[in-house]
Design a protein around this ligand. Structure first.
Ligand code: FAD
Length: 296
């Protein structure tokens, strides 16, 4: 089923994101995590794609394998960077032929060691690949958005005008970069609605599981951590279990408020692990889903 159709349903969607492991051990551990998460009955799961095609085969193999493990839909990520029209045409045919109709269509981050001309030869922005994919098959295409601003476009209003172009090209829904402060999400969605853009904006949530993530999230992803959360985690330095519990409670509180105030779903960045995501889902009191776990 198309994710755009799922998003028109009465219940908010629950989805999980995985990345393709590079080792057999990582793959086995991921399949176990997927099986455990399957009891939550996700509406869809997604598999990331290494920018430049570094995980091209691994990502598609995993998408196909997951289709046999979860009841929900599978969405493949795809980045345009370093790919020609011919490459994307081939990949699009392969996905369509495998029954994968949902794609998270992205540009990818500019690698430090390459020239912009070689990286963006056929597709400069995600929107360019979106219109190209749409012209070959009737894919359901999602796109990325950044409620706290993107590093190349810190001005939110300018970013929203770029999103308008992405949607006009055929993007049907958006998934946000992870965030820890719901106010920024609601301000962003309101600004989109004020600009006349009405596609669903699914919040991306990642429960904090370790002390080292505090700086990494800010430095690598440009995500702001509220000082209250930072202080809570810092006060538990050295006790990773307590930090994980704080992350679960924070994310559960975020998710409850997001859904209460009308978010169309929650997309969990799982980092290929199941424990925190399952516990957040249970703390959220997802009816039916948590009962299935025997935890209610
Ligand atoms: C939900 C989600 C999933 C992701 N999955 C992956 C993944 O699987 N693999 C991976 O490598 N990366 C992934 N990323 C990271 C993403 O590829 C990078 O953050 C990238 O820098 C932005 O991608 P985009 O698709 O939003 O690009 P674009 O939409 O092309 O935007 C990139 C930048 O260009 C600006 N821009 C857009 N249009 C114009 C225009 N007409 N004129 C001027 N500027 C413009 C935008 O404002 C933005 O600053 C993901 C990010 C998110 C939020």
């Amino acid at each position: 089923m198309r994710i755009s159709t799922l998003l028109k349903g009465e219940k908010p969607t629950i989805s999980f994101e995985f990345f393709p492991p590079k080792t057999d051990a990582g793959r086995e551990s991921l399949i176990r995590a997927i099986e455990r998460l399957a009891v939550i009955s996700p509406d869809f799961v997604s598999v990331t794609y290494g920018a430049g095609g570094s995980t091209r085969a691994l990502s598609f193999d995993l998408c196909k394998e997951i289709k046999g493990h979860v009841a929900g839909e599978v969405m493949s990520h795809l980045t345009s960077m370093c790919h020609t029209k011919e490459d994307i045409g081939e990949i699009g045919d392969l996905l369509w032929g495998s029954g994968i109709v949902n794609i998270m269509a992205l540009r990818g981050d500019m690698p430090k060691n390459l020239e912009a001309d070689s990286v963006f030869s056929d597709f400069q922005y995600a929107k360019d690949m979106i219109s190209f994919l749409k012209s070959s098959h009737d894919f359901c295409l999602g796109g990325a958005c950044f409620p706290e601003g993107h590093k190349e476009t810190p001005d939110i209003k300018v970013g929203i005008e770029h999103l308008r172009q992405k949607i006009d090209s055929g993007c049907e829904f958006l998934v946000t970069q992870m965030f820890f402060d719901n106010d920024g999400y609601f301000r962003f969605v309101n600004a989109m609605r004020d600009a006349g853009i009405n596609v669903p904006v699914i919040p991306g949530i990642m429960p904090i599981t370790g002390f080292a993530q505090l700086d990494k999230f800010e430095q690598q992803f440009g995500v702001q951590l509220p000082s209250k959360l930072r202080d809570m985690v810092k006060s538990k330095e050295g006790d990773e279990d307590a930090i994980e519990q704080t992350g679960i409670e924070w994310s559960a509180q975020q998710c409850r408020e997001l859904l209460d105030k009308g978010a169309p779903g929650i997309h969990f960045y799982t980092l290929n692990k199941s424990a925190s995501t399952i516990r957040v889902c249970v703390e959220m009191g997802l009816s039916g889903r948590s009962a299935a776990l025997g935890l209610q």
